[in-house]
Design a protein around this ligand. Structure first.
Ligand SMILES: O=C(O)CCC(=O)C(=O)O
Length: 238
């Protein structure tokens, strides 16, 4: 994924042009993150013993002097997922270097994991918004907010309904993190048609077809299923 500020320039793959790498299962070394015992021993508290890696990312937030396109709007990750129950899903997000408000650390609204899933859409930002960076339009702006200052290797585990986002990167460096959404293999898929998730399903299916020639992807479930991998225990229900 390229940052929206570079979308129209010539594409030369490098640290400076890639905002995000997804589907790390295609890379043995990067996917090893999702199998680390140091991570899975905490994941298991949320998912139980049968653990699937559902969605993986390495995010390389670029320096952003003025456009603020590097911000990630406040959102709930469950918006992107066609499976439930939410209490058996957890995100592990690991800082690959020091992160604080200067380079766009995570910002979270504590306690919001008890809220239902809210409708998401693109925010109206002047400088532009990155592809699929949907946000919640109507969250409580006065809600207490915590900025997670983290050191390299620190990991935070959080619920898929927790409202969170990240700020713009005002430094010259690229802020790197690696993350994986894990779910219990006891989870089940849902059909998101007719729900607030229909907009993201449409976008993901169109993107899978257009950019990856993935003609068999007809819904969000197909897309997620093609990347899901068992990392511990047994593949029970999924
Ligand atoms: O790492 C970030 O900047 C935020 C990532 C995030 O919230 C997400 O991808 O859901």
């Amino acid at each position: 994924v390229r940052d929206v500020s570079l979308a129209k320039s010539e594409y030369i793959p490098s640290e400076k042009t890639i905002l995000k790498v997804q589907n790390l299962h295609d890379d043995k070394e990067l996917f090893r993150y999702c199998t680390l015992p140091e991570i899975l021993k905490y994941v298991e508290f949320f998912t139980g013993p049968n653990i699937m890696a559902m969605h993986t990312m390495l995010i390389n937030k670029p320096p952003d002097m003025d456009k603020k396109t590097s911000r990630h709007p406040m959102h709930q990750d469950l918006h992107y997922f066609p499976f439930r129950p939410s209490n058996l899903i957890v995100c592990a997000w690991t800082a690959m270097e020091h992160t604080d408000r200067n380079n766009g650390c995570l910002a979270v609204l504590p306690g919001t994991h008890k809220l239902p899933l809210k409708p998401h859409d693109y925010p109206q930002w002047e400088g532009g918004v990155n592809t699929m960076y949907h946000g919640i339009q109507d969250y409580d702006q006065d809600h207490a907010r915590v900025h997670l200052v983290m050191e390299k290797g620190d990991t935070v585990f959080f619920h898929p309904l927790l409202i969170h986002g990240s700020g713009w990167n005002q430094t010259q460096g690229f802020r790197k993190v690696i993350s994986c959404h894990f779910a219990s293999a006891d989870c089940h898929y849902i059909d998101v048609k007719g729900t607030s998730q229909e907009n993201i399903e449409k976008e993901i299916v169109e993107t899978a077809r257009e950019f990856f020639g993935n003609a068999n992807t007809t819904d969000l479930k197909d897309f997620i299923m093609s990347h899901a991998q068992l990392v511990k225990g047994e593949r029970t229900n999924f």
